[in-house]
Design a protein. Structure first.
Length: 42
């Protein structure tokens, strides 16, 4: 049972991370702030 639960847990974790990233990009301020941070490196 444990061998089957690990891939399921990893898939759920990956889905949660992707959902969090998607929700962050729904806020336009977040995208602009991220672009400004990347641009300031150059």
């Amino acid at each position: 049972m444990k061998r089957r639960a690990l891939p399921l847990l990893m898939a759920a974790l990956a889905a949660a991370v992707l959902a969090a990233v998607f929700m962050a990009y729904l806020n336009p301020h977040t995208v602009v702030d991220l672009a400004n941070r990347v641009w300031s490196c150059f």
